[in-house]
Design a protein around this ligand. Structure first.
Ligand code: NAP
Length: 287
């Protein structure tokens, strides 16, 4: 079997790649930068040049592909870009698509990003191919990508989340779940799966655990939403992405993000990676 992989250098994509290769599946990586692929996934051989921003996508890239891992990068033109890619895959006759969406697409009616994600999810459902949609909640990796600098320089995690709880999920687990859905399409066809970690944490709890493992006490700074908005905009985050992030923090603060869903464990056949396991594995990211 051959899988076609977008976002292979990203948090989830690299884990989908590792999980598939661990089960001897052939993987075609679609990437805009082959050097980045070589750095992140040494040994990857079937790499095609692919850019979501390209004016057209050739169906030939999808030739002899049995399953397609379909993430969309966080760009403003993601709907038109994703639809071009989807059409090329359908024209080539790809039989099954595993689409990376987000849990917030199930409730957030306020942010453009979630409208865009729902639009692409619906297009996948109506495409005529088999499909599985994955809707994970907030990634544990966010504490690396968005908080590592504050942890290193200020011994702090700074977010507007109050005492709200989230069952953060490890991208490694999403990768395993995606690979399972790619490899066993009949078992997962037509399903929209909400994926979460096994236990919900507040930011105070996450700060305590990272601090314990890196031997540095961390403080949770619970800022107001307006201050968080200013900080994100100043850091260069586009406004539509800022608003989508703030919606999740506000939802968590109001208690709406705390639910743990058992689906991940049912798909991967083991418990979700724990917070401690994740922090141990990535301890160098914060020091
Ligand atoms: N973070 C969360 O808490 C969370 C929660 C739920 C859902 N999600 C969803 O997860 C998705 C992001 O996944 P991720 O975190 O694995 O991604 P990521 O780590 O942000 O990586 C983005 C990937 O997309 C590729 N990419 C970016 N622009 C591209 C372009 N124009 N053409 C081709 N490839 C391009 C990047 O490749 P390069 O090497 O070329 O940069 C990279 O492989 C988003 O759709 C987000 O909504 C995130």
């Amino acid at each position: 079997m051959r899988a076609f992989l977008t976002g292979a250098t990203g948090s989830v994509g690299r884990e989908v790649y590792r999980a598939l290769r661990g089960r001897s599946v052939e993987v075609r990586i679609a990437a805009r930068n082959s050097r980045a692929v070589a750095d992140v996934l040494p040994g990857a051989s079937d790499v095609v040049t692919f850019d979501f921003g390209a004016p057209s996508i050739s169906p030939t890239q999808f030739e002899e592909v049995d399953a397609f891992f379909f993430m969309t990068p966080l760009i403003e033109t993601q709907v038109s870009a994703a639809l071009r890619v989807l059409n090329a895959a359908i024209e080539a006759g790809v039989p099954h698509i595993v689409r990376l969406s987000s849990r917030a697409a199930g409730w957030d009616e306020r942010s453009k990003l979630r409208d865009w994600q729902r639009e692409v999810d619906d297009a996948v459902r109506e495409s005529g191919a088999g499909w599985t949609i994955l809707r994970p909640c907030s990634f544990l990796q966010n504490f690396i990508h968005y908080q590592a600098e504050a942890i290193r320089t200020m011994s702090s995690i700074i977010v507007p989340q109050g005492d709200g709880l989230i069952p953060y999920i490890d991208a490694l687990d999403i990768g395993e779940a995606a690979s399972e859905c790619l490899m066993s399409p009949v078992d997962h066809q037509g399903q929209t799966y909400v994926l979460t970690g096994g236990r919900a944490y507040g930011v105070k709890g996450v700060a305590a655990e990272i601090g314990r493992i890196i031997h540095k006490p961390l403080t949770y700074i619970d800022v107001e939403e307006a201050q968080a908005r200013d900080m994100m905009l100043q850091a260069g985050t586009p406004p539509w992405l800022v608003e989508a992030g703030l919606a999740v923090f506000a939802h968590a603060k109001a208690g709406g993000e705390a639910a743990v869903d058992p689906t991940l464990t049912q798909i991967i056949g083991r418990p979700a990676t724990s917070l401690s396991e994740f922090v141990e594995r990535n301890r160098d990211a914060w020091t």
